[in-house]
Design a binder for this molecule. Structure first.
Ligand SMILES: O=C[C@H](O)[C@H](O)COP(=O)(O)O
Length: 153
């Protein structure tokens, strides 16, 4: 089965979010693109509303991965990480995107529209979906520490 990918952005990230949506509809690993908004640049909803809405879809098992965009990629990451079970980070280079999945088993990649160019954002979004966490790798027990903390607090 392919991936269900949820996209979210505030008005500072909606341009890249829409471009990524178009690109991901052609991605061989993507079955479904779920867009939680904002719909256009006139919507001034604050980034935490969109990031939390997207992260909740993943936490509820209704999406597999998320790509969230704001001005820097940092606000949506901070907000998404407040949703229990979600691991999200900004990553603006290929190596970090690879390790975001392979080391951290993150479900959400966050990008900053005011920080990187569109071509790089599109490439990183695609690469993020090409990586698959190995639950038998040595990284798994480190991720488990995060999950245990969340469960116990
Ligand atoms: O992290 C926050 C985002 O970059 C957001 O798009 C812009 O937030 P600001 O208007 O508070 O700078």
């Amino acid at each position: 089965m392919g991936l269900r990918v949820v996209l979210a952005a505030d008005q500072a990230g909606v341009g890249y979010k829409d471009a990524i949506a178009e690109r991901l509809r052609q991605h061989p690993r993507v079955d479904e693109v779920i867009d939680v908004g904002v719909g256009d640049v006139s919507d001034a909803s604050a980034y935490p509303h969109l990031a939390v809405a997207g992260a909740e879809l993943i936490a509820e098992g209704r999406a597999d991965r998320g790509i969230f965009v704001c001005g820097t990629g940092m606000g949506v990451a901070i907000a998404a990480n407040k949703v229990s079970g979600i691991r999200a980070s900004t990553a603006h280079d290929s190596y970090s995107v690879e390790r975001l999945v392979m080391s951290n088993d993150a479900q959400v990649l966050c990008l900053g529209q005011r920080v990187i160019g569109l071509d790089l954002a599109l490439r990183l979004a695609s690469e993020f979906l090409d990586h698959e966490f190995d639950p038998d790798s040595p990284s798994a027990e480190k991720v488990a520490v995060i999950c245990e903390y969340e469960r116990d607090h």
